[in-house]
Design a protein around this ligand. Structure first.
Ligand SMILES: O=C(O)CCC(=O)C(=O)O
Length: 266
């Protein structure tokens, strides 16, 4: 759970560090699961980019929907919530890729933009091995800055924010087994891992069940929104959660697309 102070920090600064959320034994099990998933990756796939591994892995699914995780989600979103997506971002020692600076809200086809991330540290995550960094308070305007698509960015994300002033960025350093939370509008990213230690984290996103999802949206990241699977504590709420998009003058997917500038690489 978040303390009152941490919850307050999340609201005012857009992020907060929590305490330990998984035990040492759980962490060992989690690392085994992740190591097996990484070992099974095809040679052309990188471990920084493992979207929604919980779809095919019951252990991860149960972990992300276990009481300590859902309790945090409930503090932020209220009781009617679902597991939206997850992403394992495992940066190898030496050549682990950076995550370009971005706002999560720039690429989620949901309305309203009610969503938050619980970021779970699988390894110690600090400045040396490329921990997440945030610009505190940058969520407050609740507006999305235009991101440029760059499929050749050579980082974990094909989105770029040109000319971003990062002077007030802070490191979100965590010990393995601890977590942080961040708002969908906060500016965040992380550096490459040049250290001799792996930096593995899982970004786990939860939504309240009233949000509407536009599955037709084609994200530059290639995420398969059509195939999105939602999970709730009790059951898969797919049918009750996903209400069709109402007729709109301008479809949500197009409005989202308008936030993205074309790639310089065409
Ligand atoms: O793991 C990272 O370095 C970045 C995570 C991230 O972008 C996210 O959780 O939304």
């Amino acid at each position: 759970m978040l303390t009152d102070q941490q919850l307050q920090r999340y609201r005012t600064e857009g992020y907060a560090r929590g305490a330990r959320i998984v035990s040492e034994a759980e962490l060992a099990r989690l690392r085994d699961e992740i190591d097996a998933l990484i070992a099974a990756l095809p040679p052309d796939k990188r471990p920084e980019n493992m979207p929604s591994a919980h779809y095919g892995n019951a252990y991860l699914r149960e972990l992300f929907l276990s009481k300590p995780f859902v309790d945090v989600a409930e503090q932020i979103l209220g009781p009617d919530l679902a597991l939206f997506t997850s992403h394992i971002i495992s940066k190898r020692p030496g050549d682990g890729l950076a995550v370009n600076w971005h706002q999560d809200a720039a690429f989620f086809p949901i309305e309203p933009m009610e969503i938050f991330t619980l970021w779970l540290a699988v390894d110690d995550s600090n400045r040396e091995n490329g921990c997440m960094q945030v610009i505190p308070g940058s969520h407050r305007s609740r507006t999305i800055i235009q991101h440029r698509v760059d499929l050749q960015s050579g980082t974990t994300l094909p989105l770029v924010l040109d000319g971003l002033d990062r002077t007030s960025a802070v490191d979100v350093e965590l010990k393995a087994g601890e977590f942080s939370v961040h708002d969908a509008f906060i500016l965040h990213g992380s550096n490459a891992n040049r250290s001799s230690r792996r930096r593995c984290g899982i970004t786990i996103k939860y939504i309240p069940t009233f949000v509407r999802i536009d599955r037709s949206y084609v994200a530059p990241s290639g995420f398969d929104w059509q195939g999105l699977n939602l999970f709730s504590r009790a059951a898969i709420l797919e049918k009750s959660i996903v209400t069709p998009m109402p007729d709109q003058d301008e479809p949500l997917c197009r409005r989202l697309g308008a936030r993205l500038l074309p790639s310089r690489h065409g």
